[in-house]
Ligand binder design. Structure first.
Ligand code: PRP
Ligand code: URA
Length: 209
């Protein structure tokens, strides 16, 4: 089963609390999401393999470490996943970026695909799939299936707030995918919103409500 990593670093928890507050506006919400994405990126890449290279410092030759292995693709689930790109790109400046467009149908709460554009060599890359909210898990599971259909074999899911239902669904359907989240909240409500959650992430990022 994929591992659930709950990243409880004090800086992340502090920033998340401000994001949850209903009085926090879009500007601060966006900035905090970007900062948290950067901090999460540190954890998501923690086990990247290293290899030795020979270099010369101004004083002598040495054997030093450099990242080896697959290149990275960042794939946000539209819309809200976009808010996590910039923080990650600060850490991984040459990563390619794909986009998967999904929205939840308001009555069935099932995801509907409306866009998919991925780097042509995505099957050769280590993929970080971003979406701040893991609620029922339907969107994440469908996005992971789309990535796998494109040949991806190394996928990690980066979220901000998760519900137990969403975690269970991803772990059941995609046991090879690790989940990185800042919080595991109590439950989903009758509208499949995460409680206590932070509301609608897309609306809060883009100021659409
Ligand atoms: C939100 C969120 C996730 C999805 C999570 O997107 O950003 O993509 O819901 O819910 P799930 O786990 O139950 O599938 P939404 O459908 O509201 O679209 P938006 O980002 O365009 O607002
Ligand atoms: N999507 C959101 O943006 N928030 C939730 O709580 C659930 C789904």
């Amino acid at each position: 089963m994929g591992k659930l990593h709950i990243i409880d670093h004090p800086l992340i928890q502090h920033k998340l609390t401000i994001m949850r507050d209903k009085n926090t506006g879009s500007k601060d919400f966006r900035e905090l999401l970007e900062e948290i994405a950067l901090l999460l990126g540190y954890e998501v890449t923690r086990d990247f393999p290293l290899e030795d290279v020979e270099i010369e410092t101004p004083l002598e030759k040495m054997t030093a470490k450099t990242i080896s292995g697959k290149k990275v693709a960042i794939v946000p689930i539209l819309r809200a996943g976009i808010g996590m790109i910039d923080g990650l790109v600060q850490l991984l400046p040459v990563a390619r970026i794909g986009h998967i467009g999904l929205y939840r149908d308001e009555t069935t709460h099932k995801p509907v695909v409306y866009y998919c554009k991925l780097p042509s060599d995505i099957d050769q890359r280590f993929v970080i799939l971003t979406d701040p909210m893991l609620a029922t898990g339907g969107s994440a599971c469908d996005a992971i299936s789309m990535l796998k259909e494109s040949g991806c074999t190394n996928i990690r899911l980066m979220c901000l707030v998760s519900a137990p239902e969403g975690v269970e669904k991803v772990q059941a359907m995609h046991p090879d995918v690790d989940i990185y989240t800042c919080a595991l909240d109590r439950c989903l409500d009758e509208n499949c919103y995460i409680r206590p959650g932070l509301g609608d992430a897309g609306d809060r990022i883009f100021g659409t409500k």
